[in-house]
Every structure is written in C-alpha cells, then in structure tokens.
Design a protein around this ligand. Sequence first.
Ligand code: ADP
Length: 476
Amino acid sequence: MPEPQPIGANERPNAVGAMLAVRDPASDETIASLPMATAADASAAVDAASQALGLWRETPPAERAAVLERGAEALLRDVEALARTITLESGKPLGEARGEIRYAADYLCSAAEEARTLMDEPFDGRRAGLRAVAVREPIGVCAAVTPWNFPLAMLARKAAPALAAGCTMIAKPAEETPLSAIAFERVLTASGLPPGTFHVLAGDPGTIVSTWLADPRVRKLTFTGSTETGRLLLRQAAEQIVRCSMELGGHAAFIVLEGADLDAAVAGAMTAKFRNAGQTCICPNRFLVHHSLAPAFAARLALAASSLIVGPGLEAATQVGPLISDAAVAKVRRHVADALANGARLVCGGETRRLPNRPDRFFEPTVLVDCHPGLLCFHEETFGPVAPIAAVRGADEAVDIANASPWGLAGYVFGSSQQAETVARQLACGVAGVNEPAPSNAYAPFGGVKWSGFGREGGRWGIDEYLTVKYLAIRA
Ligand code: ADP
C-alpha cells in the first residue's frame, strides 16, 4: 500500500486510507464515501493555514468583506443543490435546509459588515505625552469543530467572523455531515479566498482535533456540540492556552404566564419545538405553563403537533424528518418511557412512525402532560420532537425550575409583554425570546451561560471572539 502523502492547501486527503461513509438518515443509503484525514493531513492543514495567515491578515478588511459577500451570493445562487445535500446528510426537511442556507449567507453578510468597522481605537491613556491606541488584531489560526444539526450554518457562523477578522480557519465538521461543509469551503474558495485560508477536514474527530490542539500555531478553538465533548476539548486546549468559544448543550424552558395569548404561545411552541425534529440546541425542552392555561395549551399543542407531516426530508410536504441516528431515537424513547413511568400522561405521539422501506427513525411529534422536575427529560436535553408540559403556580416557580438546570442557552417567555420581559431578565440563559419563538439571527449575539458554554456568535459580538486587542503606547 502506498504511503499517503500529507495534503496541500485546500486539497482533499488521499483515498488510500480509511474512508468515512456518509449516510442518509432517512434511508440508510450511503450517499458519499470520503477519505479520512490523517494526523499528518491535520498538521499539513495547520501548515497551510499558518502560511496563508500573513497574506490574509494584511488584506484590507473591505476586501475580506467583499470575498464574504461574494460567498453569500454564491450560496444563495446554489440554494437548491446545497439544500439537497443538507437534507440528504442531516435528514431535515428541504424547506428548513433552504432556510439554513439563507441563515448561513446572513452570517457571511453580517461578518462582512463587521470587517468594515475594524479600525484602531485611540483612547485617553491618562499618561502625559503618550498616544494610546487599541489595535484589534486577528488572533491567528483558528480551529472550528461543528455539529450535524445545522451543518452549514454552524460552520458559517464560525468561519465568517474569523475570516472577516483576518484569521485563517481549519474546520472539522461532524462525521455525519461533512458534505455541506466541504461544499461551503468550495464556495468560499471560488469567491476569492486565498489557498489555505479556510480548509475543511473530515475524519476521526479525536485524531484531527487533538493534532490541532497540540500545535502551538493554533490560537483559537471554536466549538459547537455536546457539553461532554466541550469539556474534553477545553482540557486539551489548556495545554497550549488556546482561546476558546464553546456553544454547548441547551435545555431551554418555555414559560407561558397567566393571561398569555394562547394562540401566540401555541404557535410559538410549534415553531420553537419541532423545527429540525426538535434537534436544535435552543429548542424548548421543558414547557412550564401557568396552571390556568395548561390543559388548553396542551390540547391545542397536541392538535397542531399531531397534524405535522412526518416523512423523509426530500419529500416536499414533510415537516418533521427522521432523527439523525438510532441512538437518538433510543434516547427519545428512554425519555418518554421515563416520563410515562413517573406520572406523566401522553397526549399525542410517543413512538416512531413506521414508514415502508425506511429505517425506524421517524419519531412522532409528542406531547406529554403532568410532567415535573423529577423526570429525566427535565434533566437532560432530549434532542427530539417531545414537548413535556408541567403546570406551574406562577412566574416565580417557573423561573426557579428553569434556572435549576446546569445548562443555560435559551429560554422563552410568553405573556403580557411587560411581565414576560421581566421574567426573561430573570432567566439564567444567553438568549431569551419574549413572545418570540425564533430569537436567533446572524446580527444578534448567540451563546450560553453555565454548562451551555461561553463566547458569542453573530454580529459584532461574533467577530470579537476572533480578535485580540493590542495596546500601543506611543511616545512621539
Ligand atoms: P453530538 O452528540 O451532538 O453529536 P458531539 O459533541 O459528539 O455532539 O459532536 C460535536 C462535534 O464534536 C462533532 O464535530 C464531533 O465530531 C466532534 N467530536 C466528538 N468527539 C470528539 C473528540 N473526542 N475530539 C474532538 N472532537 C470531537
């Protein structure tokens, strides 16, 4: 067998070693087979990113911005082919895949806007005869590790601000969904990124990422994924004192206050909960509803949830696709079984729907009532289409339950706008929707507190994660 040669800038690994099979979760068919990057490939990508850094960081921010904007246009031009790729590898419905591409394009545009604001900041250094300037510099070579649930948008929201800041980036997508990430690299390269500036490597996560984090040239890690993996990577990042942004698990509470508009709350719950079959880190995992509204809220939510069309994402009518894996189905089943064994009642769903010639991975939208904080689903992220509802006596109890979680990514409050805002301010989380089920966008800060991580993505907060401040004390 020939010895594999490490790859050059933006090259794909040689197809002589282990291969990574990419599978459609809706059919189990293998849709692609990719050579897995070796440790030598991972190192070679750092070489290329380090070499590319000098040129890219000196490229005027307006030119960097123009490349990103061309990238956004190219994504939108290619929306149908790319949406198909996202759906094939992640299972999400095509309409959601198209939305994800628009979201990714927004991150490129938002970061481009931020690049244009990068300038030195003279300030009063309180020292006679000294001119004080804060210079915002790119932090250097950045490593990104991304999840499968938004395979394009999660990468775009890391790559766009990093590149806007003048950093170079090496990225490792999830094993399940490398194809849209590689397509994204091609789009950016074709939009004018110099070779080596942004490179996606697919393969074994441990091999690639530990190689990167052991390399002193890598100065930043940006990660989206589970809290468990986040912890592991933080430990590895400690070795080279690598700056980190961590977007980890969520466990959002969805609070419905006394007197809330039920139509708005139910519509909001449908949007927030069932997108991507409940496989989003900001989707509500605990519904805390004022007892006066809980029965009606549950009945209406169940009616709407059970009318959702469950099926393969490529079929135009589908609203809820398959879960990503059998392990994901098993976890959802475990949460439902635990709830039912401990006092909860099923209002709709509760099991997979068997579709002819399809794997058993299509979980029905599920609504549970009489839930309480003793249940597994009140302690762990379900990551599936399950809405557990607990009746609460009032806002204080809802806030106490919401904040008892070690996670704190998102929260939602529905009620009169003033009271809902007051309650939202009391939530220990990084993103809160007040009568708003879809708070995130590319111009807003996204990120969590506690076990949900640290760092913010989006808008001016996003670019700050890839910049370091140098203080120049200049004596004339
Ligand atoms: P999930 O459970 O949602 O798949 P993970 O945290 O396992 O979340 O995965 C998120 C990302 O972290 C993926 O890109 C995955 O490949 C990567 N990852 C998982 N384990 C490791 C590891 N040991 N070292 C580096 N990256 C990892």
